[in-house]
Ligand binder design. Structure first.
Ligand code: NAP
Length: 290
């Protein structure tokens, strides 16, 4: 492997150290940042993610409250919980863990969260501020973590060609906006399932962000020598040799490490960054609203 590792654990630890220092300042003012996480149903992956978020809160000194609702909860029950958290002045951040049970309108719930407490950064007010290029919104955690990881790795972004594979509301669209922001200054191409000859589009990129959800789709011959590649994907691949029956794979084939200049691993790349940026958003929300 020749690529420099974009180590999300190391970079995330630096972000968490910054968060801890901010928490100390808030504590001196008698404020403890407080994140409330709502989880509906028993999706095993969601429980793993929420557990990791709770452990991060403990590490940095953020209070966490977890509200578990059964999978058959009415939409109105979730609304009721969100409204209570919105009006609770001791709560600075609210996160409703995705996915919600089938049929429950996730966007409608997102719209209900107080934008000042929307630490996921998915409320239209926060996404709108991102589009406006403003610095006063809460920025989605995974996209913010991708930029931070590139900067941490010393990747030159300004004036470079960046290709984002995927255009989701959660990752692809906001990371494209962040890359193209004034001050970050990449020239951004957004590709998706309708893009013709995606391999060719990638070959022109100095920076590739893969946020597709297809195991090891990005091949070594799609990547320009020395390009920086950030692998956002988390995919389960059947593997009977493992006790749990599967392994985790990114959207990028491991052979890309022989061609890329920088590459983020899966696991240990974007995952820890997402959690660290969530801690940062929670503290930012506490600073702004107390
Ligand atoms: P998503 O909502 O399913 O979006 C996937 C995107 O990929 C869509 O824009 C889709 O295009 C595009 N796509 C699908 N197949 C394609 C193909 N063959 N060629 C080109 N583009 C294709 O997924 P997401 O929420 O953005 O998540 C993407 C991946 O990131 C998943 O593996 C997810 O688990 C992972 N993830 C990781 C973290 C983390 O913290 N590490 C956080 C969030 C997500 P269309 O728009 O045309 O359908």
């Amino acid at each position: 492997m020749s690529a420099q590792v974009l180590d999300g654990k190391a970079c995330g630890a630096e972000v968490e150290a910054e968060v801890k220092a901010k928490v100390s300042v808030l504590n001196e003012r008698g404020i403890t940042p407080h994140l409330a996480v709502v989880i509906v149903g028993d999706d095993p992956a969601s429980h793993v993610y929420v557990g990791a978020k709770e452990r991060a809160c403990e590490r940095v000194g953020v209070k966490s409250t977890r509200i578990d609702l059964p999978a058959d909860s009415d939409f109105s029950k979730v609304v009721d919980v969100v409204e209570k958290l919105n009006s609770d002045p001791s709560v600075h951040g609210i996160l409703v863990q995705s996915p919600l049970p089938k049929g429950m309108d996730e966007l409608a719930i997102t719209d209900m969260i107080d934008p000042a407490k929307d630490v996921d950064g998915f409320h239209p007010v926060n996404l709108g501020r991102l589009v406006q290029g403003r610095a006063d919104g809460l920025v989605p955690c995974t996209p913010a973590g991708v930029i931070r990881l590139l900067e941490w790795g010393g990747v030159d972004i300004s004036g470079k060609n960046a290709v984002v594979i995927g255009r989701s509301r959660i990752v692809g669209a906001p990371v494209s906006l962040l890359l193209g922001r004034k001050g970050v200054d990449a020239t951004v191409t957004i590709s998706h399932s309708r893009t013709s000859d995606i391999a060719d589009v990638c070959r022109a990129a100095d920076i590739v962000i893969a946020a597709v959800g297809r195991a090891e789709m990005v091949q070594a011959d799609w990547v320009k020598q020395g390009a920086a590649v950030v692998d956002v994907g988390v995919n389960r691949v059947d593997d009977e040799s493992r006790e749990r029956g599967y392994r985790l794979a990114g959207d990028v084939h491991p052979d890309v490490a022989d061609v890329a200049g920088h590459l983020s691993p899966v696991p240990g790349g974007v995952g820890p960054m997402t959690i660290a940026m969530l801690m940062l958003n929670t503290v930012t929300a506490a600073e702004s609203n107390s």
